[in-house]
Design a protein around this ligand. Structure first.
Ligand code: ARG
Length: 463
């Protein structure tokens, strides 16, 4: 049923209420009720400022601040009667405040607008998400660090093109993700620092003639300063876009890691086994243990990056200052944030619980002639061959081993010497996978010593 009377908050010039379809397309309360706590915090800060500047009386401001807490507790207890006719969270809260405290509620909206109000609420909400994301990333990084430390010297194949390339260490592979999540963390912190300017007091678009104190509300709400241009303050959604792009890159990293877990947990690889707690069964094939959580994490980038694209397109081409298009900002961000947090938590649980299969990793490490580069390097270092010639000689040795159906260390010295006469038995020292990884001592290399150093560095950073 459409409310036949005009809107209580802005209906002064209207003779009739909205059409049902108008109300359906206009109302945002079904989703922006998630901003209730931020809306009330913003209103309480605004009320305190109105009193401090003498714009309203202390007793009115006290009544507003108290009444807003009552409204908050009603919302938190789930009793609050949200109304579509009241469009959004801002008007729902204010209308209820009027019922709770009467006349002083009408003074709360002095010197502000829903435009600066919604920008402030939404920013506070996104800021909370960045903080939650920060904590979740730190937790996940610590989990990866624990895996890296436990297997700092376990050898496994390193891949390029998903073809075995050179042996690496398990710890080194885990630490690659620590680096990725570390960049995500630094992007989260950058975004938080950049967004921390308060829109409240920009009013509808031009500021206000009331002697408001924007520094006071900014400080009260934990912002570093008030936003310096009122037109920009009400029409800026960069903070939401930055969150979505940070989230997209992070979700892309999670997707890559998830993909590796899917591959590694397969019967063909057996590099890791996932715990029962983070696996599912098949309803028809009793033997199956599926990595569903990893697959779902792998897919989450779709909706998160989708949200990023959607909001970018909503904002594109909007003239200054506020336009109702911007109401379309919230659902995308809510959905992306919920799913990013879920993906981070699921990845943390999965990595914490998983067991790396040291034997399978080591067995695979030597396969596919993974120490061929070590052999070429030996030919350069010991026999003084130019690298290009060494590459060629090694290629011939690989072909020999392939024809014989064995690995490089299983070629006899005579077989080696038939390709290059000066090769001697010290060559076998570099052909083992452990020798190979231990020799990669360059900074950032895969040697266990380097890995342990990086683990120590990150432990210090993360505390
Ligand atoms: N529900 C609106 C939004 O989310 C609040 C701002 C409305 N402002 C206005 N001038 N109609 O964007």
């Amino acid at each position: 049923m459409t409310d036949k009377t005009s809107n209580k908050m802005w209906g002064g010039r209207f003779a009739a209420g909205p059409d049902a379809i108008m109300e359906a397309i206009n109302a945002s309360i079904d989703f922006d009720k998630r901003l209730a706590a931020q809306d009330i915090a913003g209103s309480r800060a605004h009320a305190a400022m109105l009193a401090a500047t003498g714009i309203v009386s202390d007793s009115d401001a006290d009544a507003m601040r108290e009444g807003l807490l009552t409204v908050l507790s009603e919302i938190e207890s789930g009793e609050f009667p949200f109304s579509k006719a009241l469009e959004d969270i801002h008007m729902n809260v204010e209308a209820r405040l009027k019922e709770v405290i009467g006349e002083p509620a009408g003074r709360l909206h002095t010197g502000r607008s829903r435009n600066d109000q919604v920008a402030t609420d939404f920013k506070l909400w996104v800021r909370d998400q960045l903080d939650a994301c920060d904590a979740a990333l730190v937790a996940l990084m610590k989990t990866c660090l624990a895996q890296a430390e436990a297997g700092a010297d376990w050898v496994m194949p390193g891949f390029t093109h998903l073809q075995v390339a050179q042996p690496v260490t398990w710890g080194h592979h885990m630490m690659a993700y620590v680096e990725m999540f570390g960049r995500d963390l630094s992007r989260v912190r950058d975004a938080r620092a950049r967004m921390n300017e308060c829109p409240l007091g920009a009013a509808a678009l031009a500021g206000t003639s009331f002697p408001i104190d924007r520094d006071m509300t900014a400080k009260e709400l934990g912002f570093d300063r008030p936003a310096a241009n009122s037109l920009d303050a009400v029409s800026d959604r960069d903070f939401a876009l930055e969150f979505l792009s940070v989230a997209s890159i992070c979700a892309m990293h999670l997707s890559r890691m998830a993909e590796e877990l899917v591959i590694w947990s397969s019967a063909q690889f057996r590099f890791v086994s996932l715990s029962d707690r983070f696996s599912t069964g098949s309803s028809i094939m009793p033997q199956k243990k599926n990595p569903d959580a990893a697959e779902l994490i792998r897919a989450k980038i779709g909706r998160i990056f989708g949200a990023n694209v959607a909001l970018t397109l909503v904002m594109k081409g909007l003239p200054l200052a506020y336009s109702k298009d911007m109401q379309e900002d919230k659902e995308q961000v809510f959905d992306a944030a919920d799913n990013l947090m879920l993906a981070l938590a699921a990845m943390d649980g999965m990595v914490r619980d998983m067991t790396a299969n040291k034997e399978a990793l080591e067995a695979a490490a030597g396969a596919g002639f993974s120490t061929a580069t070590d052999l070429a390097d030996w030919l350069v270092r010991v026999l003084g061959l130019p690298f290009r010639d060494a590459h060629h000689v090694t290629g011939a040795l690989v072909a020999k081993a392939e024809a014989k159906g064995c690995d490089l260390p299983e070629l006899s010295l005579e077989e080696m010497q038939s390709v290059h006469g000066e090769i001697d038995e010290t060559v076998y020292d570099v052909l083992g996978v452990h020798n190979s990884v231990a020799s990669r001592m360059s900074y950032g290399g895969t040697a266990p010593e380097q890995v342990r150093m990086q683990v120590g560095r990150w432990k210090e950073i993360l505390g």
